[in-house]
Structures are given as C-alpha cells and as structure tokens.
Design a protein around this ligand. Structure first.
Ligand SMILES: *Cc1c(COP(=O)(O)O)cnc(C)c1O
Length: 358
C-alpha cells in the first residue's frame, strides 16, 4: 500500500553548523522527522516535518506508565555514494513484537519502510561519508493518552528521526558479570525493546563504571549463573575454537546483528552453538587458557571486543584484540556486506537512494 505522506521542509537547514569529523553519538539531529498518530484503532496523519520539540500534556501516559518502545538501525553511504540500510524489515517486525508485548498497536511494515525511505531520501545529505560513520535511524512509539490511570492507552504516536554518527564503542569494552542486579526475567519484557528495560540498568551500570567497567554482562535472575547479554549488545564467546552464544529464552533481545552473525558462521561451515552458557563454563575456559574470544554484537558498534571480564572480584584479561581473527573477520564481513563491497547473498541490503549523477 502507498501511504500519503505530507512533507513540510525546513526553511533553514542546520547542516552547515555540523562538524562531520567530530560527531558525538546521538547528539546531532538531522533536519526532519516522520510522525504518525494512532486513534480509534487506526494510524493517520502521516507527515514529515522539521525536527522540533514535541509538545506534551503532563498526563501523557508514556511518561507515567512506560508504554514506550524503540528501534535502532543505520543507513550507510557506499563507496559509490549510494545509501543503503541493513535489514530494515527486521526492525519493523521486531518493533511490532515489542508493541504486542507492551499492549501497543502494530505499525504496518510498508508504512515503516515508506517512512524510512522518504525521511532518509529527504535528509540524504546528512548521511556521512567518513569511514565507519553512518546515519543512525531511531524509530519509536509511545502512548499519548492524557489520562492518570493505569490502562493501555487508546492513542499513540510513532516518530522516526535520524542522527549522523561516527563508529560507536570503538575501544574494547570491560564488562562486569552481574551477581546482584537483573535485566530481565523469563515472562518479563527482556525481549522487547521497551524503554523501561534500559532505565532499570542505568544505576547498576553507573556502579560498575565506578569500578572501571564499561558495561554489565547480565545473568539470569534466579542463580546469576547463565549469561544473557550486555547493555544493548548480544554476547558471543569462543572456547576451544567453538563459537557460542546464549539461546533466546524471552529474556534476551533478539538482535539482528546476532542473527546475521549466526548466518555468516553457518555459511562458513562453522555454525555457532546456540545454547545456555554458564558463568562457570566461561571461568573454567579462562583458567584453562581456552577462552579465545568474547564480544558484543549490536547495530551501534557491529562488534565490540571485550578486553576484560570482571567476575567475583577477579579481573579476567582476555587475549589482545589483534590476536582474535574470528571477531575481526566477522566484523569485516558484515561491514563489507553493508557497503556492497562483497555480494549480498541473503538479500540483507535495502537501497534507499542511488547517487544522483549531476
Ligand atoms: C538493540 C539491542 C541489541 C542488539 O540488537 P541489534 O538488532 O543487533 O542492534 C541487543 N541487546 C539489547 C538489549 C538491545 O536493546
């Protein structure tokens, strides 16, 4: 279906004020945003408007009861100047799964894609060209009823804006295995990209930072025994040559980078083991000198090497990053696919705009 999107262009672009060589992640916003509203069971009023504040009633229910979900994906500038997005339909599907879990309405997949294409084409000059940089796309949805009472809102707003970004988390990260706080339980909302999930992690992460860690490696909430994931990244490790990642069980976010890595490993004939991984198994492998690699996987950084793992007062120092061929080669292969430097075997790349030859 083709939706009618009304476009109101800004009459003063801010692009000339932006230093594209020094982009602070998530602090620079492109000129426009897409908005759609929901009422009486239907989405309506599709529009692209200049990026600006959103006025709100003080009783806006998202602020009080947290019906708020988001997605994150990136548009890349290829060597030939085209603009492409990696697996965007997966983000649309996942946003709708998050919506269902949070009692929010689904947004039609073709509307999501049309919004994305229209917005990125309009703000195409904001897609940076420096290596490793991209245009981060942030779709989100929140409850808009003006009502102080706990119930699923009847009205919602969907917004999509974009931010030019440099590569994120470029330095290897130090992670602390959680033995006290919990991110997600079975039956909870860990598999949804729901705003409140992240709020609940901030205080423990701040405490971990005081001890020199960047992130927490979350464990299950019953025994603090099984590894889940890190901040906004899925977790992979390599023991005795075998690549392993925790199995999805409703507590772990179903990452698109994770899914892509599993496919690449299968293509290489070295499939990963997808199963429960315990803290003890990781610690034992480290003691034996068999822990060869550990990394986080997510859209923001693609792959973040882990340099150190904190566990019960011990700091486990991992193999130097330049001695980890596996994660480096996966990162490279994903990068090459996103930028069309190698064939896109699985149809993952979505072309938004082709170079305009003047
Ligand atoms: C978004 C996210 C990820 C990574 O998902 P990608 O689709 O690969 O970006 C992993 N864990 C959590 C908790 C997340 O929010």
């Amino acid at each position: 279906m083709k939706y009618d999107i009304k476009v109101t262009k800004t009459n003063h672009s801010r692009i000339s004020e932006v230093d594209f060589e020094n982009l602070a992640f998530g602090r620079v916003f492109s000129d426009h945003m897409f908005i759609a509203d929901y009422k009486d069971g239907a989405w309506f009023d599709f529009r692209i408007v200049p990026f600006e504040n959103i006025p709100m009633h003080p009783a806006t229910s998202a602020l009080h009861y947290g019906q708020s979900i988001f997605e994150g994906l990136k548009a890349y500038r290829t060597d030939s100047g085209d603009i492409q997005v990696f697996r965007p339909t997966k983000n649309s599907e996942r946003m709708n799964l998050s919506a269902i879990r949070m009692a929010m309405p689904e947004l039609p997949a073709d509307l999501f894609m049309q919004a994305l294409d229209s917005l990125v084409v309009l703000d195409q000059d904001w897609v940076p060209t420096t290596p490793g940089s991209s245009l981060y796309i942030r779709p989100f949805m929140f409850a808009t009823d003006d009502y102080v009472g706990i119930k699923a809102s009847d009205t919602y707003r969907f917004v999509m804006f974009t931010c030019p970004v440099q590569s994120y988390y470029s330095a290897p990260v130090k992670v602390l295995i959680s033995d006290k706080f919990v991110r997600a339980f079975p039956g909870g909302t860990g598999e949804a990209k729901a705003a409140g999930n992240y709020a609940a992690t901030l205080q423990p992460v701040m405490a971990a930072r005081k001890n020199g860690y960047d992130q927490i490696l979350w464990t299950d909430g019953f025994e603090f025994k099984y590894l889940q994931e890190i901040g906004t990244m899925n977790f992979f490790l390599q023991i005795d040559g075998q690549i392993i990642t925790p199995k999805l069980n409703g507590t772990i976010l179903n990452g698109i980078t994770r899914d892509s890595i599993l496919q690449l490993l299968e293509d290489r004939g070295t499939p990963a083991q997808v199963r429960d991984v315990s803290v003890d198994e990781l610690y034992d492998a480290y003691q034996r000198g068999a822990l060869q690699d550990a990394f986080g996987a997510g859209t923001a950084a693609t792959i973040s090497h882990i340099s150190e793992i904190g566990f019960k007062g011990e700091r486990l120092a991992l193999t130097p990053v330049d001695e980890r061929p596996l994660s480096e080669s996966l990162k490279q292969e994903l990068e090459d696919i996103k930028l069309s430097r190698i064939p896109d075997r699985h149809g993952w790349v979505h072309k938004v705009a082709a170079t305009v030859v003047a």
